[in-house]
Write a protein that binds this ligand. Structure first.
Ligand code: SD4
Length: 308
């Protein structure tokens, strides 16, 4: 099939993450291992707003969400996890070492510690500290203003108008055997209410993989991805015969229809890969890009088309 092996992921940070995944894929490794290793690069980076370097919730605490899914409908998810550097690894352990799909909060942290993960200090990164202090001046909670990136202008979002955006990475890979897997990890919307979960840890919303059809993932305003089961919807459109980009577009159109005039206040973006190794993306607004890595080019950044 075309493109195999292949890895794609959301936003500019996807380039570095894809290279992490490519180390595994290029040696004939498994897509599942690739999507785990790939997003760990982003989780570890303090320059980005994924992982412990991300923006905190409105109470000043960083809480992380992640999920992972393989080619056999195995899936694992962790949400509202504090003080653990690599939530994606915890999600995979939940998938492989418990009878459950999802663990949250204190119980998830307890499981992680029992599995040997280190408890990191509860400390904001310098960027997040600055953004949080700035946010505290107004303490405005307006989930609706998250426009991830409005063209050349300074990004408007995230919630509360802080400077950071792109607080999520989602990754999809197809390995040399043709198997698909996906991962998603985030600090969630900056300055969210304590306890708030978005789409990113939810199988079917932030991520979905059906090896016989394709895989899809989302980024952007999680609430609006959840209300139409985003990633699963994209996969179902591919099942009906749409190419990946067309499937992402159809899902974005559904969100636009649901939101009506409020669609302009949010950003939602999807990426998808089908079982033929074709990939595509589509966004509600301008400014979304995704990184593509295959044998022909390991560092492509593709500007996504958009609806509005
Ligand atoms: C969320 N979907 O928590 C995430 C945010 C995101 O780039 O994708 N930011 O709603």
């Amino acid at each position: 099939a075309a493109g195999k092996p292949l890895v794609i992921s959301t936003w500019n940070d996807g380039i570095a993450a894809n290279l992490g995944a490519w180390k595994i894929l290029s040696k004939g490794g498994r897509a599942l291992d690739a999507v785990e290793a790939g997003v760990m690069v982003t989780e570890a980076s303090q320059n980005c707003c994924v992982g412990l370097g991300g923006n905190p919730d409105r109470d000043g605490i960083v809480t992380l969400d992640a999920c992972i899914m393989d080619e056999q409908f195995n899936c694992g998810s962790v949400a509202a996890l504090e003080r653990i550097k690599h939530p994606i690894q915890v999600a995979r352990r939940i998938m492989e070492r418990t009878p459950h799909v999802m663990l949250v909060g204190e119980g998830a942290q307890q499981f992680a510690v029992a599995q040997g993960f280190a408890l990191e200090p509860q400390k904001l990164s310098p960027d997040a500290e600055k953004a949080y202090r700035e946010w505290l001046k107004t303490s405005e909670y307006k989930p609706i203003v998250n426009i991830e990136n409005s063209g050349n202008k300074k990004p408007v979002g995230p919630v509360g108008g802080g400077p950071n955006n792109h607080d999520t990475i989602a990754m999809l890979a197809q390995d040399a055997r043709g198997n698909l897997s996906g991962s998603c990890t985030t600090s969630g919307m900056g300055f969210k209410m304590r306890g708030r979960l978005g789409d990113s840890p939810l199988i079917g919303s932030g991520l979905y993989v059906d090896n016989a059809v394709g895989a899809a993932a989302a980024t952007g305003q999680g609430e609006d991805v959840i209300r139409m089961a985003g990633a699963h919807t994209v996969v179902e459109f591919m099942r009906q015969g749409l190419a990946p980009k067309a499937a992402c577009k159809a899902a974005v159109e559904r969100i636009a229809k649901i939101k009506g005039t409020k669609a302009r206040d949010i950003q939602v973006c999807f990426i998808a890969v089908n079982n033929q190794g074709q990939h595509g993306a589509f966004a509600l607004q301008k400014g979304f890009s995704y990184a593509v890595c295959d044998a022909s080019n390991q560092q492509q950044l593709v500007q996504s088309e958009y609806l509005l």
